[in-house]
Design a protein around this ligand. Structure first.
Ligand code: SF4
Length: 172
């Protein structure tokens, strides 16, 4: 990581190698950390850990209306929607104050996923967005965002960095 860069990018903490997943594991993405880390300062965020769910924790899923899903625990059905939305709105304001120029989300997560996150609905599964990602993208529209699964290709990683740099330059 380059702590001296004034280009700040938010990132799902598990992609940085932090052991914050429900099972105590991580999903470190070496290309993102090593390549982008030379140019930017990462701001890691794990919504589920930071909201106080702990590690390890029960897995979560989205249910109901794909446009306004509920975030519930998979086995016990505890509804964490309101708690997560309250946290997300406050955390996003903090991140805005840190002058973010981009965000990299962990795909398929009911909190962090940007697209194609499973939402269990009447009549089967639908496609939706994680709760934290939804709040952040609504609050900071236009800021470059990506899921890690689209950044394994070096050309796509460079393209994302170029969008971040362009956004960073143009807000000054
Ligand atoms: S996907 Fe998001 S909520 Fe899940 S462990 Fe990673 S940072 Fe935390």
């Amino acid at each position: 990581m380059n702590p001296t860069s004034d280009i700040h990018i938010g990132i799902s903490s598990c992609l940085m190698g932090e052991p914050v997943r429900y099972d105590g594991g991580h999903r470190k993405h070496d290309d993102i950390v090593n390549v982008l880390g030379q140019r930017v300062t990462f701001v890691p965020v794990c919504p589920e850990f930071e909201v106080g769910m702990g590690v390890p924790r029960e897995t979560l899923r989205l249910i109901g209306d794909p446009e306004a899903p509920r975030l519930v625990t998979t086995e016990t059905g505890i509804d964490h929607t309101d708690r997560m939305l309250t946290f997300a709105r406050e955390r996003v304001r903090q991140l805005e104050a840190m002058d973010l120029s981009g965000y990299i989300f962990k795909s398929r997560s009911p909190s962090c996923g940007v697209e194609r996150v499973e939402v269990v609905s009447e009549g089967g599964s639908r496609s939706g967005r994680g709760l934290f990602a939804r709040v952040l993208m609504e609050h900071l529209p236009g800021m470059p965002v990506a899921e890690e699964r689209h950044l394994s290709d070096p050309a796509l990683l460079e393209n994302f960095l170029a969008r971040v740099l362009h956004f960073h330059r143009n807000k000054r």
